[in-house]
Design a protein around this ligand. Structure first.
Ligand code: ADP
Ligand code: ZN
Length: 432
């Protein structure tokens, strides 16, 4: 059952007509209200009326993260400040943050989008929902909070951190749905085991997890360790936060809230459109926002779009799970390596936990990829010989399948720092 059948299950042709009308409105709005877009549209000589079909979106200018930085804090805001009712910021830790202003109407739409996500994950009014995303400027906490409120759930706004307390409340309150990053879900699961209160024995049945890349292997691990269904949720601050895309029961890709976001994929180098079914950088246009709608925002997230009928009845296009950003790619002695590739190879190894850190450094003139990963207790109990054997096995597996030599260090259980929000998986120590 969809939260909003009218839009979520709208026949594609009707949906596309709706999108075109909203796109034109947005282009006119930006032309009138935001000098940055006025200039850009003039430079390209394009007006809202030139958009005759959705393909004409290719005539519009791209927007990149630096445009937001250059216009910090409110240069791209299309409404006067007295119409802005909320400001969020990106969770980025370097440089000036990305600001996200919302009008009351924008907040309303965001809430609706998150309600759809929860509903698709089978969350209902009767559910007790623990929100362990950080509250505050980060969009995760308040975004899920508003959506769960809209569904009518019992909301437990724990925010992230103080993991022991998270476990205790989860048990005492009989929490049935958990919202947090996938890495924090694993942290909670581990803490629960340590406290001898395994999550499997609790009423928790579903996790709405996102805000960071995670592999299918990590999903399996979470589902198995916690005895729940794990559903993906995607979003970014620049376009209003979590709730842009979500998984339904099929679990093979995320539906995009297409009545709010127009999605394209482009070749990240040539910026030419990439057809459905092929990998590209996802580019998003907000077509209903008022305070800061962006045209053709380059997300840097790499995915494949598919438009096929889905058994859930939703007509929204689906994107493949995002396992990495184009700017996460590491170049190790000329070989392109995505952290998610390493994660999925590590998940083939039985003797370890999926807790790892990739360290890239210079050894003389060459790059070295050094992987620290947690071994299971049994491995360490069996002595140093076994530890070395497992290290060699992993290095061999990676060499065999990716062709790169890596340094391996198996660290004892709980040897790596746990995540309470977005996990840090890569440390690049090479001189810049
Ligand atoms: P927020 O997670 O609140 O939107 P940011 O705007 O800082 O915070 O981060 C957005 C980025 O996080 C996205 O561009 C994407 O790289 C990553 N991300 C968010 N959700 C997911 C997800 N479900 N899977 C993979 N990556 C995700
Ligand atoms: Zn579906």
């Amino acid at each position: 059952m969809a939260w909003n059948d009218r839009f979520e299950c709208m026949p594609v042709e009707e949906l596309q007509r709706f999108q075109l009308a909203k796109l034109k409105e947005t282009v006119s709005w930006l032309y009138e209200k935001v000098p940055f877009y006025h200039r850009k549209l003039d430079e390209l000589g394009v007006k809202a009326d030139d958009l005759k079909s959705l393909e004409d979106i290719a005539k519009l200018p791209f927007t990149v993260k630096n445009d937001l930085r250059d216009n910090y804090p409110f240069g791209l805001c299309a409404v006067p400040m007295n119409e802005v009712v909320r400001i969020h910021c990106s969770s980025g830790t370097t440089g000036k943050p990305i600001t996200g202003p919302y009008t009351a109407e924008d907040l309303e739409q965001w809430t609706e989008c998150v309600a759809r996500v929860l509903s698709a994950a089978s969350v209902r009014k009767e559910d007790i929902v623990q929100i362990s995303y950080g509250y505050g400027l980060f969009t995760g906490g308040l975004g899920l909070h508003q959506g769960a409120g809209r569904v009518g759930c019992t909301v437990v706004p724990t925010s992230s951190g103080m993991t022991e307390r998270q476990v205790m409340l989860m048990k005492d309150f009989g929490v049935t749905a958990l919202c947090c990053t996938p890495s924090y879900a694993l942290t909670i699961a581990e803490m629960a085991e340590e406290m001898k209160m395994p999550i499997r024995d609790m009423p928790l049945r579903v996790g709405i997890l996102g805000a960071e890349p995670w592999t299918a292997a990590m999903r399996d691990e979470i589902e198995q360790k916690m005895g729940i269904k794990a559903r993906d949720i995607y979003g970014l601050t620049e376009l209003g936060g979590p709730g842009m895309a979500f998984e339904c029961d099929e679990g093979n890709g995320l539906h995009i809230n297409e009545d709010h976001f127009l999605v394209e994929t482009v070749d990240p180098v040539t910026l030419e459109p990439v057809p459905l079914g092929q990998r590209g950088e996802m580019v998003l246009t907000a077509i209903q926002r008022r305070a800061m709608p962006l045209l053709r925002y380059r997300t840097k997230d790499i995915t494949t779009l598919r438009r096929e009928p889905c058994s859930c009845g939703r007509s929204f296009v689906k994107m493949d799970r995002i396992t990495g950003r184009s700017d996460d790619m590491l170049i190790i002695n000329g070989v392109n390596v995505f952290p998610s590739q390493i994660e999925s190879l590590l998940s083939d190894i039985e003797e370890i936990e999926l807790q790892y850190l990739l360290v890239v450094r210079k050894k003389k003139h060459l790059d070295e990829l050094y992987i620290r990963v947690e071994g299971k207790k049994e491995v360490f109990d069996a002595g140093p010989g076994k530890v070395t054997e497992v290290e060699r096995k992993i290095a061999g597996h990676i060499k065999g399948l990716m062709g790169i030599g890596v340094g391996m260090e198996l660290v004892p259980p709980k040897g790596l720092k746990r995540s309470e929000g977005k996990a840090v998986r890569v440390v690049d120590e090479r001189p810049k």
